[in-house]
Design a protein around this ligand. Structure first.
Ligand SMILES: [Zn+2]
Length: 137
């Protein structure tokens, strides 16, 4: 306890910062495990890019499918998405927080990359979900 208390003081972290950090790390690890499992069975087959709640583009994922997608909006907002097989990530954005870029590869813990400032949502869609949608419409 003495060591951890000293560590906390040196890092200028409060007890709650530490707890938050641990939770974030735990979620990260859990997320990576899920990604490995889900990508191996490829249950998610499409990625849907939504801008202002409207479908902007949709791509079917496959092992050798690779592309970058420019998401340019009239108001100058800009995102650049990279799709590499079943891996999807935001590689560039002109938003202030850059949270979407820092999120790295899209994982199945969240199932989406969200760029709040630019109103861009990138989400994975499974075959099952696509079928359900088709019936609903
Ligand atoms: Zn962003």
């Amino acid at each position: 306890m003495i060591i951890s208390k000293k560590f906390g003081e040196d890092m200028k972290l409060t007890k709650w910062d530490m707890i938050f950090l641990i939770i974030v790390l735990a979620l990260g690890i859990a997320g990576s495990v899920l990604v490995l499992q889900d990508f191996s069975d490829a249950s998610y087959s499409s990625v849907v890019i939504e801008v202002n709640n409207q479908v902007y583009k949709e791509y079917k994922l496959s092992e050798d499918f690779k592309t970058t997608v420019e998401i340019k909006q009239e108001n100058g907002e800009y995102n650049l998405l990279e799709i590499d097989g079943f891996k999807v990530r935001m590689i560039e954005a002109n938003c202030k927080d850059k949270l979407c870029v820092h999120q790295g590869y899209l994982d199945h813990a969240t199932g989406m990359i969200v760029c709040l400032p630019n109103h861009v949502v990138v989400r994975l869609v499974s075959d099952k979900e696509a079928e359900t949608d088709a019936i609903t419409y």
